[in-house]
Ligand binder design. Structure first.
Ligand code: AMP
Ligand code: MN
Ligand code: MN
Ligand code: MN
Length: 283
């Protein structure tokens, strides 16, 4: 069913979203989502709540996470779907990936203080729902609150990104490790929002081919962060590399996200939807 309203990418307060897993499940159901996954960054702590809330709202559910990876000097996100959230190697890998965030956040704050934005670490912490998961999004919310920027989009244009104050280069998980944690726990690994990486054609080719070699099986084609032209481009890439196609809003917050839960076009034709591969892992 390529037209199934599946939304397999979003964030709760367990990472950098502003809604609880329960609020997300209600919102997904109200928006007509039939199959849902909560994919918090580097964390599976919200999975039990999400699965229970999905059940209470009549949604089918598949487990999810979004792992931060460093590939060719760039941060790449790999979504994992349909894994066992109790798997010990997966949990240890995600814990290690979360590990550097505290020190990174303090360095981000020092850089911001150097351009006379004081108290950013403490300010960002007030938005954090999970003490192990302080992210740039929480800093962005603080910079809006402090009146430095009008919205979080402006924050990422002026701060926290390469070449701007508050950017701290960080080494995340390796691609091979991330794919193995997911597949080792019985899940499917999916390249998230591929159009968002600043790769040359050669680097992108290397990402897709190495991902395949390590056992990756899917790519996000229809996501809140792709344009219609990018849907077509990554539909072609999915066919070229023999990857299944995924669909997800990447919803974070009612005030911040352009794309709401379930509000996406269907997958382009002639693709294998990831949910066909996940059939036996949907609850
Ligand atoms: P981190 O994992 O701490 O590097 O934070 C990454 C998060 O920042 C992403 O998952 C997005 O939620 C957010 N983000 C990154 N770039 C942008 C952007 N240009 N506009 C809005 N949010 C962004
Ligand atoms: Mn995020
Ligand atoms: Mn992402
Ligand atoms: Mn995301």
């Amino acid at each position: 069913m390529p037209t199934l309203n599946a939304d397999l990418h979003c964030h709760s307060v367990v990472s950098d979203g502003t809604l609880t897993p329960e609020q997300l499940a209600e919102r997904a159901a109200a928006n007509g989502v039939a199959l849902w996954s909560l994919t918090d960054h580097d964390e599976v702590g919200g999975q039990q709540r999400a699965a229970a809330a999905a059940r209470a709202n009549g949604l089918r559910y598949v487990t999810g996470t979004e792992v931060s990876v460093t590939f060719a000097g760039e941060t790449v996100h790999i979504v994992g779907l349909g894994f066992d959230p109790e798997d010990e190697a997966l949990q240890a890998g995600l814990r290690a990936t979360r590990g550097g965030r505290g020190a990174r956040a303090r360095e981000m704050s020092e850089q911001l203080a150097a351009v006379r934005i004081e108290g950013a670490y403490e300010g960002a912490l007030r938005y954090v729902g999970n003490p192990e998961l302080i992210s740039r999004t929480h800093f962005a919310r603080f910079l809006v609150e402090a009146g430095v920027c009008r919205d979080t989009g402006e924050v990422f244009r002026r701060f926290l990104t390469e070449g701007h104050p508050g950017f701290v280069p960080h080494r995340w998980a390796g691609l091979r490790d991330a794919v193995r944690w997911i597949t080792g726990a019985g899940g499917i690994a999916v390249i998230a929002h591929p159009a968002r990486y600043r790769f040359t054609a050669n680097e992108e080719y290397a990402l897709f081919s190495e991902f395949k070699t390590h056992g990756g099986q899917g790519v996000e084609v229809v996501t809140g962060s792709h344009t219609a032209a990018e849907y077509a481009r990554y539909a072609d890439a999915a066919r070229e590399f023999g990857l299944a196609a995924s669909r997800g809003s990447d919803f974070h917050s009612p005030g911040e996200s352009h794309t709401d839960l379930g509000q996406l076009p269907p997958l382009p034709g002639a693709l294998t939807p990831v949910w066909e591969l996940l059939a036996d892992r949907i609850r």
